[in-house]
Design a protein around this ligand. Structure first.
Ligand SMILES: O=C[C@H](O)[C@H](O)COP(=O)(O)O
Ligand SMILES: C=C(OP(=O)(O)O)C(=O)O
Length: 355
């Protein structure tokens, strides 16, 4: 027989179904109640009913669950202290979209050695989400692979669609069915329009292929996600967090009939990929809010236990503890200082103005 398909596929390996993984790492009733309440807080911030600022803070990517949990314990403490002005949500990113090639995250390659033990990766990710949720710290993640939500999304409180996938129909379809607020990044070239188009698409119902709880290929019919918004991350070496960029975004949102809520990613092209410049971006955003801006409802910081980044070593035991293996991050002391400063400024003006 002449073979005409799977010519470039070397192996297909079936894996555990979502329902079975959830039996191994169940979300407790208390955890589910906390996730439900946190999602409501985020929705209230996005629609202006809650005048706190949402801050998505944490590593560029998770590669060491132990270090992530150490980080989560520190963040949970600060989140509790600052909760009257800032809702802190931990950035727990398991899936990395690469510009070309590179390590694609803990789910794809949990052993960091190219063995791609994806079943193990899903389990490690689920265990970590259970542990962080137990600390009463809400979790944010990037939704990259349309299959993974069935495994993990019961514990996610906020999701991002990244700059490289905002224009992709499967990602817009996926967002239309997610149970939590989703931020669409502007494009890597700085295009705002693709995020606007993405929001308009994800607000609608869609029918597409996915998997069900038992892992069976299924038609997924969604209702549309009313909690989608834009995330400004800069593009093409040009930041887009300055007052004129925010006004332009507000105008585009108004024209498209979309809700006027904006989140600013202090990292990526907004910081020229220099982790230390996130402070400058955050400073400007907080100043804009204190001067009466009513559309900015959230910020994002890439932060880890230690500053900078490191190359993925041939032997993972050679890696330095708490240092990113993807983008450079600010360290914990800087993160705590920035969050406390932002809290001080917001308290001084009596919180974010909303309309
Ligand atoms: O946030 C992470 C990176 O910016 C993104 O995954 C792209 O990384 P790369 O350009 O190193 O592939
Ligand atoms: C990849 C990321 O961001 P962006 O999509 O904005 O490049 C990220 O936040 O990890």
């Amino acid at each position: 027989m002449i073979r005409t398909n799977n010519l470039n596929v070397s192996r297909l390996t079936p894996i555990i179904a979502p329902a079975d993984l959830k039996q191994v790492f169940p979300l407790s009733d208390e955890g589910a109640a906390f996730v439900t309440q946190s999602r409501q807080h985020i929705r209230n911030i996005l629609n202006g009913k809650d005048n706190r600022l949402m801050a998505v803070v944490g590593p560029c990517s998770i590669h060491d669950p132990q270090a992530a949990l150490d980080y989560a314990r520190k963040l949970a403490k600060v989140a509790h202290e600052l909760r009257d002005q800032i809702l802190i949500v931990m950035r727990v990113y398991f899936e990395k979209p690469r510009t070309t090639i590179g390590w694609k995250g803990l789910i794809n390659d949990p052993d960091l050695n190219g063995t791609h033990q994806i079943s193990k990766g899903l389990g490690v990710a689920r265990q970590l989400l259970c542990d962080i949720t137990e600390l009463e710290l809400p979790v944010a993640t990037e939704m990259l692979d349309p299959i993974t939500p069935q495994y993990l999304s019961d514990m996610v409180c906020w999701g991002a669609i990244g700059a490289r996938t905002t224009e992709s129909q499967p990602h817009r379809e996926m967002a239309s069915g997610l149970s939590f607020p989703v931020g669409f990044k502007n494009g890597t070239d700085g295009s705002l329009q693709i995020a606007i188009d993405a929001m308009r698409s994800a607000l609608h119902s869609h029918s597409f292929l996915g998997i069900n709880h038992e892992g069976r290929t299924s038609i997924v019919q969604t209702t549309g996600n009313p909690w989608v918004h834009i995330v400004l991350r800069g593009g093409n070496e040009r930041p887009n967090y300055h007052p004129e960029d925010i006004s332009q975004t507000e105008e585009l949102l108004n024209t498209a009939g979309l809700s006027r809520t904006v989140m600013v990613d202090c990292s990526h092209a907004n910081s020229y990929k220099d982790h230390e410049r996130q402070e400058e971006v955050l400073g400007s955003v907080i100043e804009q809010i204190c001067n009466g801006n009513t559309s900015i409802s959230g910020i994002m910081l890439e932060s880890n236990l230690e500053s900078g980044n490191q190359a993925l070593a041939p032997c993972p035991s050679q890696l330095s503890y708490g240092v990113s293996i993807t983008d450079k991050c600010i360290d914990w002391p800087t993160t705590e200082r920035l969050l406390r400063q932002a809290h001080g400024e917001l308290s001084r003006v009596g919180g974010r103005k909303t309309i």
